[in-house]
Design a protein around this ligand. Structure first.
Ligand SMILES: Cc1cc2nc3c(=O)[nH]c(=O)nc-3n(C[C@H](O)[C@H](O)[C@H](O)COP(=O)(O)OP(=O)(O)OC[C@H]3O[C@@H](n4cnc5c(N)ncnc54)[C@H](O)[C@@H]3O)c2cc1C
Length: 268
């Protein structure tokens, strides 16, 4: 069965609110405060919803300078839920597959989630179809998990940007530490080779021909290569790819070979 891995601890609450007449109904409001952040979503007829993250709504509003001014009344929260990034592993095994909310949870600060859920559903059905038509279940499942983990890693990196720009102080530093830990954890879990084995073509998964090319981003030029799936392969992962795809290694450009040699990676 799956275990849920969590990166942070940020309780969130959603409270119905009544707006001040002067509040601009066309705007969403977001404010960072010392122990968290507030998000005001105006609705119809002078009402709206207030999302409070990190601490109780009363405590966050006590230090608010922007959003407090927009509200004339705040009702008790209708629900409290975790808002930090979380992911379940494994994400699939023979007989079952997790996607959407069952697979991972996103920080609402980033506006991620729905798109991921749709992409995961498309990928999950393509994986099931590929297995039903004779594909290799372990490598298809590994591919599915690697793709979802890559999406999760992207979300954590986005969160990191937001929380870095949010504010200063112990609460914000704790969130940043948890997110950095999440990024490291993702890198350790991400099996790059598995993520490169297939390619989604429309709604079909096809085995991918692995073409490695020199990564032209200047700061990464000497650290690895990019493969046709768009994934960046550091040298320690390249070594495994070469072992698994000996014919592909032959197709490597002379530049990539040179760099690999300079880094002490043997290509046979
Ligand atoms: C406060 C908040 C803000 C968010 N903001 C954004 C945003 O701005 N942009 C974004 O892209 N994403 C956002 N998300 C994330 C997004 O809502 C989710 O990632 C997305 O809805 C997941 O889709 P899903 O279909 O997997 O699950 P859900 O949307 O949760 O749908 C699951 C459905 O299954 C039903 N269900 C559950 N169990 C059963 C059962 N046993 N039998 C029958 N039905 C069942 C549930 O009632 C529900 O209707 C936000 C999430 C939250 C909590």
């Amino acid at each position: 069965m799956s275990v849920e891995y969590q990166f942070g601890s940020r309780p969130a609450a959603a409270s119905p609110v009544t707006l001040q007449p002067k509040c601009d109904r066309e705007a969403c409001w977001i404010e960072s405060v010392e122990h968290g952040w507030l998000f005001l979503l105006p609705g119809s007829k002078g009402t709206g919803w207030l999302l409070s993250v990190g601490d109780s709504v009363e405590s966050l509003l006590a230090t608010s300078r922007l959003i407090k001014e927009q509200l004339s009344n705040v009702d008790p929260p209708r629900g409290i839920f975790p808002s930090h990034p979380r992911v379940s592993l494994p994400l699939s095994a023979p007989g079952w597959v997790a996607c959407g909310t069952a697979a991972m949870g996103f920080d609402p600060l980033c506006g991620d989630g729905t798109g991921n859920a749709v992409r995961e559903a498309i990928l999950a059905s393509a994986m099931i179809r590929a297995i039903c038509t004779g594909g290799d279940p372990p490598s298809l499942i590994a591919y599915y998990q690697a793709r979802l983990l890559a999406g999760f890693q992207k979300h954590i990196a986005l969160c990191l940007d937001f929380y870095e720009s949010g504010s200063a102080g112990p609460w914000w530093h704790r969130q940043l530490d948890d997110l950095k830990h999440g990024l490291e954890w993702c890198s350790e879990q991400l099996p790059v080779e598995a993520a490169s084995r297939y390619r989604l073509n429309g709604f079909q998964l096809e085995p991918a021909e692995l073409k490695l090319q020199l990564c032209r981003e200047s700061h990464r030029t000497l650290q690895g290569c990019r493969c046709s799936s768009g994934l960046f392969l550091p040298h320690r992962k390249l070594l495994n790819v070469f072992r698994e795809y000996p014919l592909t290694a032959v197709k490597l450009s002379i530049f990539a070979r040179g760099i690999a040699r300079a880094k002490g990676v043997a290509i046979s």
